[in-house]
Ligand binder design. Structure first.
Ligand SMILES: Cc1ncc(C[n+]2csc(CCOP(=O)(O)OP(=O)(O)O)c2C)c(N)n1
Ligand code: SF4
Length: 285
């Protein structure tokens, strides 16, 4: 590691492959800034992703990395975090990856309070597969798979993550790299499951939810908001009606999955000297 890491020192040397104007550039720049602000050693950082445009993130970061399967970054990152709790685990992916195919894993990342930081880039569409309706698409969006508009309501990722028990929940517009970096930094410092939702435009396939649209729907959370109050965090989402709250909604400290596992091992008297015959003997008639 260099003596003083600057944001650009976290570049891998592989140039991003995203389209011009893609919101994911803002997310990448925010991640570089957050890593530099915390002086995270790339040798202790692992970026795990699923599949999609946003899931290409690890290629562009100086870190250990895994580009896994669609929707499976969460469980793979959980295994990694439990095996090596000394590493910083960063998960990156899209709205389809996280809340469609990966939707079965999200609740358990939250309720187990896995010690990782999840940055989800939400462009309200499937980008890499050329523009299909996603779980966050607005009903009126005419997409490749919805030529007459959608027939389902969009889900509310922040409300879901608060309900699932994530212990740090924040949102920003990816175009605001300073705010996004600040929230990602908070997530990386946080002990527990940190979820950062970044609204990120896809100018190539989502012609409706443009950068200007995202800018027009966000509203900053007032400084007076009590981030330790779960009910208030949930209420913010309804209080802002059609607007999306940006900033930190909620943060709490409770035991993480790896802490609970370490506690179990201790309760059982440690694992190193454990006599396997004790388990085999249990099965004797
Ligand atoms: C099991 C499986 N199903 C479907 C696909 C096809 N596929 C690739 S990327 C993708 C979705 C991409 O959308 P999103 O996760 O929102 O990310 P974005 O590209 O918009 O960043 C899908 C369905 C796949 N790779 N694997
Ligand atoms: S298709 Fe959309 S999400 Fe994918 S790189 Fe291009 S602009 Fe970004």
């Amino acid at each position: 590691m260099r003596e003083r890491m600057k944001p650009k020192d976290y570049k891998s040397g592989i140039p991003p492959v995203w389209c011009a104007g893609c919101g994911n550039y803002g997310a990448l720049s925010a991640i570089y800034r957050a890593l530099a602000a915390l002086q995270i050693d790339p040798a202790n950082l692992v970026n795990v992703s699923g599949i999609g445009c946003s899931s290409r993130m690890p290629y562009f970061l100086k870190a250990y990395k895994m580009h896994t399967l669609h929707g499976r970054a969460g469980p793979i990152a959980t295994g990694l975090q439990l095996a090596r709790p000394d590493l910083k685990v960063l998960v990156t992916g899209g709205d389809g990856d996280g809340f469609s195919i990966g939707g079965g894993h999200m609740p358990h990342l939250g309720r187990s309070n896995v010690n990782l930081t999840y940055v989800l880039m939400d462009n309200h569409i499937y980008g890499l597969t050329k523009g299909q309706f996603s779980p966050t698409s607005r009903r009126e969006m005419k997409s490749y798979t919805t030529p007459y508009g959608g027939i389902e309501e969009p889900m509310r990722p922040l409300l879901y993550m608060l309900t699932y028990g994530a212990s740090y929940v924040a949102q920003a517009y990816a175009g605001n790299a300073i705010m996004s970096a600040e929230l990602i930094k908070g997530g990386l410092e946080h002990q527990g499951m940190a979820y950062i939702h970044l609204l990120s435009q896809c100018p190539t396939f989502n012609k409706m939810d443009t950068a200007d649209y995202f800018k027009s729907i966000i509203k900053e959370i007032p400084a007076s908001h009590d981030t330790s109050d779960l009910r208030k965090a949930m209420r913010l989402i309804y209080k802002f009606k059609d607007k999306e709250p940006v900033g930190l909604l909620y943060q709490t400290r409770r035991p993480t999955l790896d802490e609970c596992m370490a506690g179990l091992v201790e309760q059982a008297g440690g694992s190193k000297e454990y006599d396997i015959h004790k388990i085999i003997d249990l099965a004797r008639p």
